[in-house]
Design a protein around this ligand. Structure first.
Ligand code: LLP
Length: 382
């Protein structure tokens, strides 16, 4: 099991002070993750895919380390504006961009990632552009997390690329380079190598380029140095600089979801009932994701399913999880590797206010987001 980024005592104190469910993050692990990426990718430019966790505190930390932002919605662009990111630090991406996204991205001077031929006519005048390529490759991850397969909705097929390049030229736009992102939570470096090699072949169509952006998608524990070596080779075949867009890798291990035991029951299965579930951490339900669990009580090992408070049978955070026996109501449990796509995908279903988010900065707890209230949830209702 991976180590929690915070000590048991820190997690207990945070839960005591801020209540549960609670997202707690370690600044030291955030810094360590960024350092690991920098060590592997050298002078490649890093763009944080803010969808992984768009909290303004995290954005400001990334920004002060020189990291840019990949944005995929008007709201994400608004966050970038809020932290005063400039156009040279902004990528605007997405398969179905709105008029407002083109306008704001254009006003800011962002670089657009073009996802289809029809988009070229929608770009603001004289846009700077990367073209996303769909390499038509299957990768080893959950089907919902694969984005570069022939049947996925993303990118331009290699045979469509000449038309897109011609349209960009005649439209007066600047082609900066190609973009690729084959999926998320991919641990097999061979999947990346195959995708990068396929895109590298396209240099015969494009000629030299300023940039090759190979996206993100690195699963926790993936061989970053191996992935980086293949990415650098692919960039070199265009004479291009390398850009990367990690989301999960930069924030996942820094965050834990703290939840308290509400009770215990047996039906056909053995359940440990928690005060967090699908509304706080959707990934187990949506992708079958297995987040490592650290229980903060003592006892003989036993196994149990982890069930949330929602009135949905799929509201489970773990199957056959090994836990110390004898938990009592109020005992604390941490779901690890929850810093990415945890808080970001939490919902207010069942009028459950979303959790607070707090950061241990090395000397003190900083509140990154206060706990929502029921009033916050209905504030927009008229
Ligand atoms: N670049 C592009 C174009 C992307 O679409 C994504 C993620 C990333 C970068 C960052 O990928 P990462 O390094 O985080 O794997 N909700 C899912 C993950 C969806 C990722 C979508 N795109 C989850 O909880 O696993």
């Amino acid at each position: 099991m991976p180590d929690a980024p915070l000590t048991d005592l820190q997690m207990k104190q945070a839960a005591e002070r801020f209540g549960t469910p609670l997202y707690a993050y370690s600044a030291a692990e955030l810094d360590a993750a960024l350092s690991r990426v920098q060590a592997a990718f050298g002078d490649a430019r890093i763009w944080y895919a803010m969808k992984a966790n768009p909290n303004l505190t995290l954005l400001r930390r990334m920004q002060s380390a020189g990291v840019g932002f990949e944005c995929v919605s008007l709201g994400e662009l608004a966050r970038a504006v809020k932290v005063e990111a400039d156009g040279d630090h902004l990528l605007v991406n997405g398969p179905a961009k709105s008029d407002e996204e083109y306008r704001l991205g254009g006003d800011l001077g962002a670089t657009f990632i073009v996802d289809r031929l029809g988009e070229v006519a929608l770009l603001p005048p004289a846009s700077r552009v990367l073209v996303r390529v769909n390499p038509g490759l299957s990768v080893s991850t959950h089907d919902h997390l694969a984005t570069g397969a022939a049947h996925s909705k993303f990118g331009v097929r290699p045979d469509q690329l000449p038309d897109v390049l011609a349209a960009l030229r005649s439209g007066g736009h600047t082609l900066r380079g190609l973009h690729l992102h084959v999926g998320s939570a991919i641990r097999d470096a061979g999947d990346f190598a195959a995708a990068f090699a396929r895109v590298a072949e396209l240099h015969t169509l494009t000629g030299p380029l300023e940039v090759l952006d190979v996206g993100g998608g690195w699963g926790l524990g993936a061989d970053l140095h191996g992935i980086a070596a293949r990415a650098k080779e692919a960039a070199a075949s265009f004479g291009a600089v390398l850009w990367v867009e990690p989301g999960r890798y930069l924030v996942a291990q820094a965050g834990v979801l703290l939840t308290r035991v509400m009770g215990h029951k047996q039906t056909g299965r053995d359940f440990t009932l928690l005060d967090a579930g699908m509304t706080e951490l959707l990934r187990p339900m949506l992708y079958g994701a297995a987040h490592p669990v650290q229980a903060l009580w003592e006892g003989e090992a036993t196994t149990s399913d982890l069930a949330g408070p929602a009135c949905e049978s799929g509201d489970l955070l773990g199957h056959d999880v090994t836990l110390p026996a004898g938990a009592v109501r109020g005992d604390l449990l941490a779901l690890l590797e929850a810093g990415a796509y945890g808080a970001a995908m939490s919902s207010t279903y069942l009028t459950r206010p979303r959790p607070a988010e707090v950061l241990w900065d090395g000397t003190q707890w900083v509140t990154m987001r206060r706990r929502e209230t029921a009033e916050d949830i209905w504030a927009a209702e008229v």
